[in-house]
Design a binder for this molecule. Structure first.
Ligand code: PMP
Length: 377
């Protein structure tokens, strides 16, 4: 059967490709996947079970249940984000759908979307599916992988129409605070860029609280904040996320969502509401575990002599590796059975690094780092 050109032109995900290799091998420790090793907190799972028992198996409103939308706006108030649950929230099937909708509803074919790299792998392809051109904006290890005004300017982002980024960052673990975001916001205002701020890792910062670009002057009206339940609440398989944006943007995204998705999974919406209501304790425990593993992984890489940037968010370490990162990752998998993702899978600026997820148990992390050390020797 004929496959559409825009799909043929989109390469398969470098991460997936790697996982297929890893799955085929025996005794592999995977530090590859970007998902929590925990299950969703019990209270959230119980709310899902209860919803099923009560037969709550219908669609919800296109925008998501009203109580969940209110729960989300109350939740993000902790980051000083102020949104109207009636008009400025859309509940989506994972943050992934929110990214896709933002691209398709707010970017025209032929527009340019600036994508700081290394970054999460879905931004380029979703921009492409929307018919837009991607402008890579390399970020640098010397800048702690933060997005700078200089990087935007040098890449030619002044002529772009939109900018999408994630901080806390996948794959580097970099975070950006208000001081870092201010020049980016000024650039976006000056050059009239729409900003898609993927803040799915907002709850996973290890120094200071998360800062959102949408709280800076003149930014809420040009920003879509994307969030979700997959990471902080360990709910990847439940597929629940959201977009926060001005009413006209939410209206536009809902226009697509109502035809293509109808509503986000109902069972997940019940779980998500309960997660927001009662699972702070469970989130803190997972957060503390990630922080311990973060410090352990960083110190182990430094002991091995690998240059490793101190990640302050998400659950990834991003050490430099000797030689070609793809060859390194392949050999590490073949010889020692440790799966990590080559940094170049995340675009320009990622080469020469490895993304190592520490969302995995301490025992595996100890064994995997011992194997990496042996491999380096
Ligand atoms: N954004 C980022 C930065 C991510 O790392 C991920 C998951 N790996 C997603 C979005 C997708 O999240 P979801 O499961 O909510 O679709």
């Amino acid at each position: 059967m004929k496959v559409a050109e825009r799909v043929r032109e989109t390469p398969p995900s470098g991460i997936r490709e790697f996982f297929e290799l890893a799955e085929a091998a025996d005794d592999v420790i995977s530090l590859g996947v970007g998902e929590p090793d925990f299950s969703a907190p019990w209270a959230a799972r119980e709310a899902a079970i209860d919803a099923l028992e009560r037969g709550r198996t219908s669609y919800t409103a296109n925008r998501g249940r009203a109580d969940l939308r209110r729960g989300i706006t109350d939740h993000v108030a902790r980051y000083d984000l102020d949104y109207d649950p009636e008009k400025e929230v859309l509940v989506t099937t994972g943050a992934s759908e929110a990214v896709d909708l933002a691209m398709r509803a707010l970017v025209d074919p032929g527009d340019t979307v600036a994508v700081p790299q290394p970054s999460y792998i879905s931004y380029g392809p979703t921009a492409g599916f929307a018919g837009a051109e991607v402008l890579p904006v390399p970020t640098r290890a010397e800048d702690g992988f933060k997005l700078t005004e200089r990087a935007l300017r040098e890449a030619g982002a002044a002529d772009a129409d939109a900018l999408i980024y994630c901080y806390p960052n996948n794959p580097t673990g970099a975070v950006m605070d208000h001081a870092d975001l201010r020049p980016v916001a000024a650039f976006a205002r000056e050059h009239d860029l729409t900003v898609f701020a993927d803040e799915i890792y907002a709850a996973l910062t290890y120094g200071s609280e998360h800062d959102s670009i949408a709280t800076l002057p003149g930014m809420a009206e040009r920003t879509v904040v994307i969030g979700g339940f997959s990471k902080a609440y360990a709910m990847t398989g439940l597929r629940l996320g959201y977009a926060l944006a001005p009413p006209e943007a939410v209206e536009a995204m809902t226009r697509i969502h109502q035809y293509t998705m109808l509503s986000a999974p109902t069972t997940a919406q019940f779980a998500g509401l309960e997660a927001l209501r009662s699972c702070e304790g469970a989130v803190s425990e997972m957060h503390a575990a990630y922080d311990r593993r973060r410090r352990y992984t960083l110190s182990r890489f430094r002991e091995m002599g690998l240059d490793c940037f101190e990640a302050e968010g998400a659950f990834y370490a991003f050490p430099e590796c000797p030689g070609d990162d793809e060859a390194f990752a392949e050999a590490l998998l073949a010889e020692e059975g440790v799966a990590v993702v080559p940094g170049s899978a995340f675009g320009e600026g990622g080469a020469g690094h490895l993304r190592v997820s520490y969302a995995t148990g301490m025992d595996d992390l100890r064994e995997a780092t011992a194997r990496i050390e042996r491999f380096l020797d």
